[in-house]
Design a protein around this ligand. Structure first.
Ligand code: MRU
Length: 335
């Protein structure tokens, strides 16, 4: 991704390996500061995932792959490392997919090489999602997106932002409505930062303004996913479900962009997806300043499940699929 550092463009990725350390752009600090966070052990990586130094399903998967590589290279108990990494966040399927992949491929390819290959594959898959998805964006379109499904969430390119980047690179004029994405503000802090770095026209909107813009201004919605069930129901950042319902009500196409690593073919529908609930303080405080009354309690589910009937198409690196065609994709992959 292009990042403007001291007024100059630089190419950066969100997660990388360097001399025994996994390095992350610290996403808690953006957009104010571009800081790098170093993890020297699998438990450092687990902490970075839990604390959201690194976030977004595919990027969490790559971080976990490198966490496994650190454990394997230092001769630690890989079963324990796998367990610690899997316990960090329950919803993103990529985390579990990546750990399983490393258990199988780490010994064959060498730990760091395997994690590097896993990560390079994810980046390439996202690039292809961009290529496949750009056709849904017409010259002059306005697109609504929720959360951050950009390069920060996938190491590079993004899922939802990949077609937007690709369409812009094809010379199409476009405009992006960026949901702020309470409570962690992935839209305000991260998606807007990525779009600014790429000079893609956009505006941040309050989450509860999305319905207003879907009524008249938005041509399509593109979001990422954390886990997609075999019937196309999918989990994504809290608030996605209501955007999908309002999009359908207004006849606005609703696209989900995700690599195959996000599909959980073992669950038949979205009821089986475990929804992470994070601390109340994310709701009752803002940047450590209490905004709710001292005795107030809050609930903070950070994902919701959108039924597949609201999805127009799922854009993957292998092409686009209507939710009812996912089994076709799965059987093709098994061949
Ligand atoms: O809690 P987060 O920030 O990890 O949630 C991220 C999302 O919900 C993204 O939309 C999803 O992981 C897709 S990222 C390509």
């Amino acid at each position: 991704m292009r990042v403007i550092v001291d007024d100059k463009p630089e190419e950066m990725v969100a997660v990388w390996y360097d001399s025994g350390k996994v390095r992350f752009i610290d996403q808690r600090k953006l957009p104010e500061k571009l800081e790098i966070y170093d993890a020297g052990s699998y438990s450092d990586v687990a902490l970075a995932i839990r604390e959201m130094v690194v976030r977004g399903a595919p990027a969490i998967g790559c971080a976990a792959a490198y966490g496994m590589a650190l454990a394997m290279s230092s001769g630690e108990d890989t079963g324990r490392a796998a367990e610690a990494l899997r316990a960090t966040r329950p919803t993103a399927h990529d985390l579990f997919y990546a750990v399983n992949w490393m258990v199988e491929m780490g010994p064959q390819l060498g730990p760091v090489e395997a994690a590097g290959k896993y990560t390079a594959d994810i980046v390439e898959r996202c690039r292809r999602i961009g290529e496949n998805g750009a056709r849904y964006i017409k010259d002059g379109d306005s697109i609504l997106t929720h959360c951050n499904a950009g390069a920060l969430a996938t190491v590079d390119f993004g899922t939802a932002l990949a077609p937007i980047r690709a369409a812009r690179n094809q010379g199409k004029k476009l405009f992006v409505y960026v949901d702020e994405t309470r409570p962690w503000l992935q839209g305000t802090r991260l998606t807007a930062w990525e779009l600014t770095n790429e000079a893609i026209p956009h505006a941040i909107i309050a989450d509860n303004a999305a319905g207003h813009f879907l009524k008249s201004d938005v041509d399509c919605v593109i979001v990422g996913a954390d886990r997609i069930a075999a019937n196309g129901d999918f989990a994504n950042k809290i608030g996605t479900y209501e955007k999908a319902v309002v999009a359908k009500e207004n006849g606005v196409p609703f696209y989900v962009a995700a690599p195959v690593s996000t599909f959980d073919f073992s669950i038949k529908d979205g009821n089986a997806i475990k929804i992470e609930e994070r601390g109340e303080d994310e709701i009752t405080s803002f940047r450590d300043v209490r905004i709710a009354g001292a005795s107030e309690k809050a609930r903070n589910p950070v994902f919701d499940v959108t039924p597949s009937r609201y999805v127009t198409s799922i854009i993957t690196e292998e092409g686009s699929f209507a939710p009812g065609d996912i089994s076709r994709m799965e059987s093709r992959r098994k061949r």
